[in-house]
Design a protein. Structure first.
Length: 315
């Protein structure tokens, strides 16, 4: 695995395709490693003529673990978030956006299309707002602006997110917990087979286990607060994709994100939850290719919600 030293940490990354093609930086979500990106999505982007860069965020995978920051108390962090108290976070999403910039610097990439999912979408939003000269386009998938008052996860999704992780040594329990969590947050209309879920969880465990790092990432999200003022500063082409059935980050969060970004396009997919199921990869690739090539104007007017699967548009 290739590594780069950037922003004071070591970042594990992988590239696919030709460095002569337009770069696409993929930023994964909470606790997820670069291998969580579906290989068919990565291969499809390469076939479309893009140079794909994916990496492990700090505190997960093979990138630096920030053990010098204490393990956060998630329940206390959640309670403080309810009343708006300041969080005691070791780092914020701004630091993680700096990591992304540092990686591009290390790779000699001047400007890139940036695609992020969930927490990765939040990082991508910050990147687009702060580093306008380094971004070609923004795609925010199943993410949020962080604005207070937006609906939160369903009770089942919140319980899956907040429950104490089993000890890494208890491998069977860790696998079962991971599979159960993905079942809760996954796409109801596009279910992933049990064996596929299990293999994905096992592969991630074999590569790296970092429960404390995941907890620190979660507090970083909460500590970063409302990004709405930042979103209003974004001037690059922006596409927001969200699942209508997302139980972890409800679709209202995607709508709010698109409304805050000037000229953003919003694409809502019926039956999609908080994952990237195999059944949707071709649809996502088609959307991304139109967006990255600047062809979305003919497809979707700004500030229009297109609900894939319903065949209708809602202004």
């Amino acid at each position: 695995m290739a590594t780069a030293h950037a922003n004071g940490i070591t970042i594990a990354y992988e590239t696919s395709g030709s460095p002569l093609d337009p770069p696409v930086l993929l930023i994964m979500g909470l606790g997820m490693q670069l291998i969580a990106w579906p290989q068919d999505l990565v291969d499809g982007l390469v076939e479309q003529g893009y140079y794909v860069i994916r990496y492990d965020n700090r505190d997960v995978g093979l990138s630096s673990k920030l053990h010098h920051h204490k393990k956060p108390n998630l329940l206390w962090a959640y309670l403080k978030s309810l009343v708006g108290w300041k969080q005691d976070a070791g780092y914020t999403l701004n630091d993680m956006a700096d990591d992304a910039l540092g990686l591009l610097d290390a790779l000699g990439v001047g400007r890139a299309h940036v695609i992020g999912v969930s927490m990765g979408g939040m990082i991508a939003q910050i990147f687009a707002a702060r580093f306008a000269g380094r971004i070609l386009s923004l795609t925010s998938i199943m993410s949020s602006s962080g604005r207070r008052g937006l609906p939160g996860p369903t009770p089942a999704a919140r319980a899956a997110l907040m429950q104490a992780p089993p000890q890494p040594a208890h491998r069977a329990e860790v696998v079962e917990r991971g599979v159960a969590t993905f079942r809760v947050i996954g796409s109801p209309s596009f279910p992933t087979p049990e064996r596929t879920l299990r293999a994905s969880v096992e592969r991630a465990l074999e590569r790296s286990v970092s429960p404390d790092g995941i907890a620190r990432q979660l507090v970083a999200i909460v500590a970063s607060g409302d990004r709405t003022p930042l979103l209003r500063r974004i001037r690059c082409p922006a596409l927001v994709i969200h699942g209508a059935a997302d139980p972890l980050v409800p679709v209202a969060c995607g709508i709010d994100t698109a409304q805050a970004i000037p000229g953003a396009r919003l694409h809502i997919i019926e039956g999609m939850g908080h994952d990237l199921p195999a059944q949707l990869i071709e649809r996502l690739l088609a959307l991304l290719d139109q967006h990255l090539r600047g062809n979305m104007t003919a497809q979707l007017p700004p500030l229009t919600q297109h609900r894939a699967g319903s065949g209708t548009h809602h202004d």
